[in-house]
Write a protein that binds this ligand. Structure first.
Ligand code: NAI
Length: 640
């Protein structure tokens, strides 16, 4: 086999006559299916057409996983419809060819197996999943605004039935090895130590694939229309076709073209080169950029100490324990920690499902009234009341008890780090690690650097944020940092609109139609009207508070937490009346102040560049991702 010219694959034949194709993409830590990689797989298949093996096993040579997907960098080069179609054809035809070979084939899947990687595995006769925490199988193309065009839309429904397949393809959700076996996606699920032996046995077994139950076959055949219309309704609840066309295209291609996108070139052209796909691919790369901030230091935290078990501190501590840290949580008394511990237990049960794992996460979260954890902590985060004197007293007492290299962080939203650190012997060590509420839901964390801060501390803080699986965004110390600073003028504009006589429902509907996850008035109710008022004082540049806000705050109507704000809240849901017709231009007039503030913050250097600002606003506020962020949206509008 040595005369094959392979850069990324190895082809070996073992004593039993089984060929092993091992993908180890050159120069990369994870495998992706670039043109070069699929080209070499075609060469391998050519070779095996001539020297037919007893069987073929495809596996990864990387520790990082099986295959992460197609090479997303190549998506940015699709500047003509022909290139888009050629990209689809490349994988579709190759995997059809693999699916049709006479000898038995098996994908040995350990670690992530996503997108094109799963489509490769689905084209094999057998799929053997290795049971370990990193094994995740899924078709997340929809999150990039595209569809699984390399056979996923054909083969996944055949394996797991159309409802489960559409659920995976329309949400991008992944399944682990055990679930893969249970749903029929994997033929078996084995522990790592026996995986090679199990792969050999299975591929030579001659065992037929588990057939889909009759009902599933009907749903994947004559009854496709029923499943498709149900799926369309589900999607419509979450995504408007003008914002997110890909999920609708996936349903159409599955239903009308049996998963073959090439039979619908019009859809391929429309989706692959849509502004949504371009922007979502950009968002993907922005996310990679944020992740990279965590790699600038080899700092690794094991123990975290959090002070203040309130709304934020309690949830920060729980999140860190969920992500594997040992956490000590301090407050003024054990009673004050009760609610935080209760929320933590619920978080662990919800996220970890397995009661043993939930139990050990709970064991890692240790109530610590006296702060005994401080000398052992790698990261200390204060999240007590927003009060300079209280924070001064606390951090001055903390500093001498901490390890020299440990990170000292504040979660403050509105106090100046420059003022807080005056009491420290080493003021340059204080950084901001600013989480958003609710901690478990919000992917972004701002890492705040005040002038003269020790860059190693800032880098260590970013590394810690990555360790707990959040996205660090470095920002300079300035009122509201990035996210709150841009939300303030947006919320103000929304409340001014209410003052002008437009109903809260109409204001919210305008922004939901724009693509926001939640309307600004509902957001204010959720955050709390008192907090919005305080933020407004700090961030609205001296503007008068809106009358609608003042009136409600004076009446003690503070929003969700008090049961009444702009809306009446029951069971955690706002009671909304009909929105009626949205006046033309309303959304633009609400979003404009936000965009202008982002421009200002970039100009002032609070965030390093426009792309990072867009990333911060998307991951910190949920700003409509299909737009690519506020500045990308502005540029698009200028062009069109
Ligand atoms: P909170 O009022 O819910 O909790 C504060 C907790 O700190 C209380 O449990 C209190 O008993 C405890 N505490 C006060 N002084 C203490 C001391 N000396 N030692 C030990 N514990 C003490 O406050 P919340 O909302 O969690 O805010 C905490 C910090 O997080 C503030 O700096 C705030 O600006 C910031 N923040 C708040 C956000 C929010 O949405 N609430 C979002 C992001 C940051």
């Amino acid at each position: 086999m040595s005369d094959l010219d392979l850069q990324h694959w190895r082809l070996e034949v073992d004593a039993e006559g089984i060929a092993w194709a091992i993908l180890d993409k050159r120069g990369e830590s994870a495998n992706s299916l670039s043109t070069a990689v699929t080209g070499e797989l075609a060469q391998i298949l050519d070779r095996l057409d001539v020297y037919t093996p007893k069987a073929l096993i495809i596996r990864s040579g990387k520790d990082a996983g099986f295959v992460a997907g197609a090479d997303i960098g190549e998506f940015t080069q699709l500047d003509t419809p022909e290139k888009g179609r050629a990209l689809v054809a490349r994988g579709w035809e190759l995997f059809n060819r693999l699916a049709a070979v006479k000898y038995p084939t098996l994908a040995l899947v350990r670690g992530h197996c996503l997108g094109g990687g799963l489509e490769l595995a689905l084209a094999c006769r057998y799929l053997l999943a290795v049971d370990e925490p990193s094994t995740k199988l899924g078709l997340p193309e929809v999150m990039l605004g595209i569809f699984p065009g390399w056979g996923g839309m054909l083969r996944l429904p055949q394996r797991v039935g159309p409802a489960a397949a559409l659920d995976m393809m329309l949400t991008g959700r992944t399944v682990d090895a055990k679930k893969a076996k249970k749903t029929g996606l994997a033929d078996d699920c084995v522990p790592p130590r026996v995986m090679e032996m199990a792969a050999r046995q299975l591929v030579l077994s001659g065992q037929p694939r588990r057939p889909l139950p009759v009902l599933q076959r009907l749903l994947n055949g004559p009854l496709k229309g029923v499943v498709a219309s149900g799926a369309r309704k589900q999607v419509a609840k979450k995504a408007r076709p003008e914002h997110y066309p890909a999920p609708y295209a996936i349903i159409d291609i599955w239903q009308k073209y049996n998963g073959n996108a090439l039979a619908a070139p019009e859809i391929v052209d429309r989706i692959i080169r849509s502004p949504t796909a371009r922007n979502l691919v950009r968002v993907f790369f922005m996310q990679e950029r944020l992740k990279a901030f965590g790699k600038e230091s080899d700092f690794k935290a094991q123990r975290v100490h959090v002070i203040g078990a309130g709304v934020m501190g309690g949830d920060i501590a729980a999140w860190c324990a969920l992500r594997g840290m040992t956490v000590t949580l301090q407050d003024q008394s054990l009673e004050r920690m009760g609610p935080a511990l209760k929320r933590a237990r619920q978080l662990f049960e919800r996220r970890l499902r397995d009661p043993l794992k939930a139990r050990s996460a709970f064991d890692r979260l240790i109530p610590d009234v006296h702060g005994d954890g401080v000398p052992h902590a790698d990261v200390v985060i204060e999240a007590i009341f927003e009060d300079v004197a209280a924070k001064h007293a606390l951090i001055a007492a903390l500093e001498p008890r901490m390890q020299a290299g440990a990170v000292l962080a504040t979660n403050t939203s509105s106090l100046r780090l420059e003022d807080l650190r005056t009491v420290l012997a080493r003021p340059e060590r204080l950084v901001g690690i600013h989480f958003f509420n609710p901690v478990a839901m919000m992917p972004l964390v701002e890492v705040v650097e005040a002038g003269g801060a020790d860059p190693r501390m800032v880098q260590a803080a970013c590394a810690f944020v990555r360790q707990i699986d959040k996205l660090p965004l470095p920002v300079k110390s300035a009122p509201g940092f990035l996210v709150n600073a841009v939300l303030a003028p947006y919320m103000l504009a929304a409340m001014r609109a209410v003052d002008s006589g437009i109903s809260p429902e109409t204001v919210d509907e305008a922004m939901i139609a724009f693509g926001m996850p939640m309307g600004p008035i509902e957001l204010i109710d959720t955050v709390g009207l008192d907090i919005a008022m305080a933020a407004g004082k700090q961030l609205a540049g001296g503007a008068d508070a809106p009358a609608c806000l003042l009136r409600r705050v004076e009446a003690g109507q503070l929003g969700k937490k008090s049961g009444q704000g702009f809306y009446a809240w029951t069971d955690g849901k706002p009671g909304k009346g009909s929105a009626g017709a949205v006046p033309a231009g309303l959304a633009d007039s609400l979003v404009r102040p936000l965009i202008e503030r982002v421009e200002q913050l970039v100009a002032d250097g609070v965030v390093a560049d426009a792309e990072l600002a867009d990333a911060g606003v998307i991951f910190g506020t949920g700003f409509a991702p299909f737009t690519g962020g506020p500045l990308s949206f502005r540029d698009f509008q200028v062009k069109t």
